[in-house]
Design a protein around this ligand. Structure first.
Ligand SMILES: [Zn+2]
Ligand SMILES: [Zn+2]
Length: 328
């Protein structure tokens, strides 16, 4: 009876609860932080099963959902934020996140319209066939069904401490998501990283639209690498992630991830030796077994590495009928 086991204290005043998700990434880790205000970091997705296990997990630690005074989102993705409104309604907790999470959490109509247009145009540029565009749309709708409209009471800023938990500092670590933050406690060198760093999967630097519609899309893999380098410079004894096990040798892991990027750019270059290709064609070659099932993830991977090569001036781009073709 896993539900009856008291979760172990991961570090002083930090408890982890594993919540099942309907996504291929598997269960998500949420954290309960004791302190002046009982704080929940992430909530899990909006499913009955997740809600039940969250309630049970909090009870096993010795509290009730109604005792939660504040909720912090590490980022806006549905596996981390879907139950926010339920927790808010049940507890009256204050809610905190980076400002870039706000339009997603509030399901701002204007932003969501722009979001849909942005991806439609981007995928057309990538050369994604029409029939696959429908799959992407379905994927997006399915993801959105595991979240509901809520609100953020206060936005968190890089370098500032968490309200009512002065030991915890907020770090802006964008790349996986534009709203991704990590939480750092310097006295015992603990980092709660959300999806910024995960032990057994390299986090995807997902393409997301800019918050300001007049700007170009953020170069998410470039941002991601910068945020990884920032963490490599920090003194960290243990990282608690949004998925999977905790990490104790963060520098080694970060170095591996950074090097893996350059290996993939090498593969991209070799794929372009026999002529120009679209981002979609490159994705089918880079990820032949998963691109159909995980098109938005794999396309983000490809675009991120195209961005790296473009920054190095190693790619030429030609446009034909709105589709971009890359060559060496
Ligand atoms: Zn995520
Ligand atoms: Zn996640």
């Amino acid at each position: 009876m896993a539900g009856l086991v008291k979760p172990k204290e991961m570090a002083q005043g930090i408890y982890q609860i594993q919540i099942p998700t309907p996504f291929s990434v598997g269960p998500v880790n949420v954290y309960l932080l004791e302190g002046d205000h009982l704080t929940l970091v992430d909530t899990g997705p909006l499913t009955e099963e997740a809600w039940e296990i969250l309630n049970q997990g909090i009870r096993n630690i010795g509290y009730e959902v109604k005792d939660i005074r504040q909720v912090v989102l590490t980022h806006h993705h549905a596996d981390h934020s879907g139950l926010l409104e339920r927790v808010r309604q049940a507890s009256g907790a204050s809610t905190f996140a980076h400002f870039q999470a706000v339009p997603y959490v509030e399901l701002n109509d204007e932003f969501m319209d722009f979001h849909a247009r942005f991806f439609y145009e981007l995928y057309h540029q990538c050369g994604v066939p029409k029939e696959s565009l429908i799959i992407i749309d379905k994927f997006h709708r399915r993801t959105m069904s595991f979240t509901e409209r809520s609100r953020i009471d206060e936005c968190l800023k890089h370098g500032k401490t968490l309200p009512h938990l002065p030991d915890w500092q907020v770090l802006f670590t964008p790349g996986h998501s534009q709203s991704q933050i990590s939480l750092y406690r310097s006295n015992d060198r603990v980092l709660i990283a959300g999806d910024h760093i995960i032990k057994n999967i390299s986090s995807n630097a997902l393409i997301e639209p800019p918050l300001d519609q007049s700007r170009n899309r953020p170069l998410t893999l470039v941002q991601y690498r910068t945020a990884l380098e920032m963490c490599a410079d920090m003194e960290i004894d243990i990282i608690f992630s949004g998925h999977g096990e905790s990490i104790t040798n963060h520098r080694k892991l970060i170095l591996e991830r950074l090097q893996k990027n350059w290996m993939r750019t090498d593969t991209l270059r070799s794929l372009l030796k026999d002529g120009a290709k679209t981002a979609y064609e490159l994705t089918t070659l880079l990820f032949p077994h998963v691109y159909q099932k995980e098109l938005s993830l794999t396309l983000s991977e490809t675009l991120g590495h195209i961005d790296l090569l473009q920054i190095l001036n190693q790619l030429e781009v030609k446009q034909r009928n709105g589709v971009l073709y890359y060559s060496l």
